[in-house]
Design a protein around this ligand. Structure first.
Ligand code: CA
Length: 723
């Protein structure tokens, strides 16, 4: 027995050594990075050394979304096929970019749920549901979406729609800690992906359409303790950062503590400069005269801001749209690159901003290097390179002029959150761009409401009229394109036109490929150098999310989340049909060379005939109902009571015929399905007027959506419980 003990001890020690990855990395023949501690800042900074993984939202800290993988390339992309797909348990917009770490895929879905999958097969390893109260949706502008997780050591982090930040065990999905990142009594939400910088989890929030004060926070990754926080607008009680005192000088009138500037998407990091960059959103209300009567730039609304990664201290800012009143959030992706400009290599930060301009800034100083419009704009004739400010058309200031103005880009922007990609091989930035104008009409006697959008616009006056000619005109003006943009020359290299706006984010790869899904339900791969289409496949639903790529079992995959939804699928009503009647079929799809899986047949569902009760209300009641609908209901149920298909179309509601309407609108009868009670804002008569308006609209729409016409694909019949 004595002699067996040393052998057992040796065997145990050997097993421990084999199990320990750090030993593997010390072996001279191993080039694999040290993965013993899981994901670290150093590992993310060195992401190019492990191209088979995708370690952070934008793949690398510079958020280029360019993969060095070449197994799938411009010569064999024509042989791409579906490797696997996974149907998701939600039917809302899917915006996430999955991470892949050592053969495991981690993604979020709508309602901030998290899934771990086997990246080679799509088999679910675990699922986590943070149980977001479904009626929180009324506090989020643009669907119950989520854009992804962050990874650090052996943990994952997700921000939830109700503004919690949650740490999960990556192996099991077990909750390690959960913190409330915002005052739960205020309409804050989180849809963006957290980022990890030096053992800190960075996360912002949304809510600038409702009235909150924007900020970005850094939490201790281990404990969840708040480390630093940078507010984007001055507060009512003192200045958390000295710079906010200066910022206050750019505001006028009675300054509100809840005027927006939310950090709801872009966060990037330069490890060398130790700077964190983020975008700040629009103001509340959008209407600038209401927000800051008499003008003012209103810092740091609509700005790109750089802060010290360790302290959150202000370093520089560039305000993209001073005194914004067109919902020009500057939250779009911030991509870092080193570009040769006028013979010198410059460290730049780039944004295809919502306001239609492509900005190249020096990321050490924030100084503007160049700016050029990449989409159609009418609010300005260009950017003054001396001041860095837009040269505005004075007519665009609708609130000051008290005169309506149809602005281009509209509130969905020339580019929104959909990720762009920079390919250092071609030197091109690939932008999911669009043209979608919007009528801005200041609301007379605007008052903030306790629930719903507080933007200071007369949404009813801007509602699409039931006039076929005007509808056709508005429809014709909607455009979407994949634009390849040369950031040095500031000019377009090539473009692929899509049927309409609100298309998917973009991936580029060293295989000379660009991949993108679109709003018309196609997923395609193009040559990165000239835009030639190499392959495409129907995916049965609109794609908003960006594709990503990874290897599993030695094979390269391109994966993407599909599932129509988000801002543009809700608010624009009939105009959201520009790319067709797109159903939401929420899925993860993974493609590889020679993939042979196939999707089930696309479900086809004919809309039932409209059978509203007779419209008996007087014109005054219907007009009042139109106003309340536009103010409180339209952003989700669709302009002019025509739903884009993700949220129930009220013209078909059985509640039009019964008093259950009031139970739903005022008593929250369907709150667990996402319909909040509006009792704080509406009384019984007002709710009745809204019903009268919807009944009138349903009667008006009857001939246009007659079931004798060609059936439209509406996707799976949507049970409210699967919202
Ligand atoms: Ca906004």
């Amino acid at each position: 027995m004595n002699r067996t003990i040393p052998f057992a001890a040796i065997a145990a020690a050997t097993l421990a050594l084999v199990a320990c990855n750090s030993v593997k990395s010390m072996l001279p023949w191993s080039k694999a990075p040290d993965s013993s501690a899981g994901i670290t800042t150093a590992r993310i900074a060195d992401a190019d050394k492990e191209p088979g993984n995708w370690l952070t939202y934008g793949r690398t800290y510079n958020e280029q979304r360019f993969s060095p993988l070449t197994q799938i390339n411009d010569t064999n992309a024509k042989n791409l096929g579906l490797a696997w797909y996974l149907d998701l348990d939600t039917a809302r917009g899917q915006e996430a970019t999955p991470l892949v770490i050592d053969g495991r895929m981690y993604t979020t879905t709508a309602w901030s749920m998290v899934k771990a999958l086997d990246a080679a097969t799509g088999n679910v390893l675990w699922s986590y549901d943070p149980q977001v109260p479904r009626d929180w949706d009324v506090k989020a502008c643009c669907d119950a979406v989520n854009r992804g997780v962050a990874a650090w050591h052996d943990r994952l982090y997700v921000g939830t729609l109700d503004a919690r930040l949650i740490a999960l065990d990556a192996a099991t999905g077990k909750v390690l800690w959960s913190v409330q990142t915002a005052d739960p009594t205020k309409p804050y939400s989180i849809t963006g992906a957290p980022r990890v910088v030096k053992d800190k989890i960075l996360i912002g929030n949304g809510g600038a359409e409702f009235g909150v004060r924007g900020y970005i926070s850094a939490y201790d990754a281990e404990t969840g303790k708040l480390d630093w926080r940078f507010y984007t607008i001055p507060g009512a009680s003192g200045f958390e950062q000295p710079i906010l005192k200066k910022a206050l000088e750019t505001w006028k009138g009675q300054y509100a503590e809840s005027s927006g500037g939310t950090v709801w998407d872009a966060i990037s990091y330069d490890p060398e400069l130790n700077l964190v960059y983020f975008g700040a959103g629009n103001g509340t209300p959008w209407n600038a005269e209401e927000r800051s009567p008499g003008g003012g730039d209103n810092l740091f609304l609509a700005s790109i801001v750089a802060v010290n990664a360790d302290t959150g201290d202000y370093v520089w800012h560039y305000q993209v749209t001073p005194g914004d009143e067109w919902d020009y959030d500057a939250d779009q992706q911030l991509t870092l690159a080193d570009l040769r400009i006028d013979g010198k290599v410059r460290k730049v930060i780039m944004q295809a901003s919502k306001n239609g301009f492509f900005y190249v800034l020096d990321r050490e100083t924030g100084k503007l290097i160049s700016a050029k419009n990449y989409a159609t704009v009418n609010w300005t004739s260009g950017i003054d390179m001396t001041t860095g400010r837009p040269i505005e058309d004075p007519k665009a200031r609708y609130s000051e002029n008290k005169s309506p103005w149809v602005n281009l880009p509209g509130p969905i922007g020339a580019h929104n959150w959909q990720p762009m990609s920079f390919d250092p091989q071609t030197g091109l930035v690939y932008i999911p761009a669009q043209d979608a104008a919007f009528p801005f009409i200041a609301e007379a006697g605007y008052k903030a409401a306790p629930i719903g959008f507080n933007v200071g616009l007369d949404m009813a006056a801007g509602s699409l009229p039931n006039d076929p000619k005007i509808k056709a005109q508005a429809m014709a003006g909607l455009k979407g394109a994949l634009i390849a943009w040369d950031p040095v020359a500031q000019k377009e290299a090539w473009r692929v036109q899509h049927p309409g706006p609100w298309n998917g984010g973009i991936l580029s790869t060293a295989g000379n490929l660009v991949a993108q899904g679109n709003a018309a339900g196609q997923f395609a791969v193009y040559r990165a150098d000239n835009g030639e289409k190499l392959w495409s496949t129907p995916v049965q639903t609109g794609v908003l999310a960006a594709p990503m790529t990874y290897t599993a079992g030695g094979e390269q995959y391109i994966a993407v989340l599909a599932g129509w939804g988000g801002a543009y699928a809700l608010a624009p009503g009939e105009l959201s049909f520009k790319s067709g009647h797109i159903p939401n079929i929420s899925r993860v799809l993974a493609f590889k060379i020679g993939g042979t899986a196939s999707l089930p047949p696309a479900p086809v569902q004919t809309m039932p005939p409209l059978s509203p009760p007779k419209s008996t209300a007087d014109a005054k009641t219907i007009a009042a109902g139109k106003g309340y609908f536009a103010r409180y209901c339209g952003v989700c149920h669709g302009d002019a009571a025509v739903s884009g298909g993700v949220i129930p179309d009220l013209r078909y509601s059985g509640a039009l015929k019964s008093d259950s309407w009031f139970d739903i609108v005022l008593n929250g009868a369907l709150k667990d399905q996402g319909m909040a009670s509006f009792a704080d804002a509406l009384n019984h008569d007002q709710a009745a007027a809204i019903r009268a308006y919807v009944i009138a609209r349903a009667n008006e729409s009857k001939p246009a959506v007659s079931p004798t016409k060609k059936p439209v694909s509406r996707g799976k019949p949507k049970k409210p419980s699967k919202a």
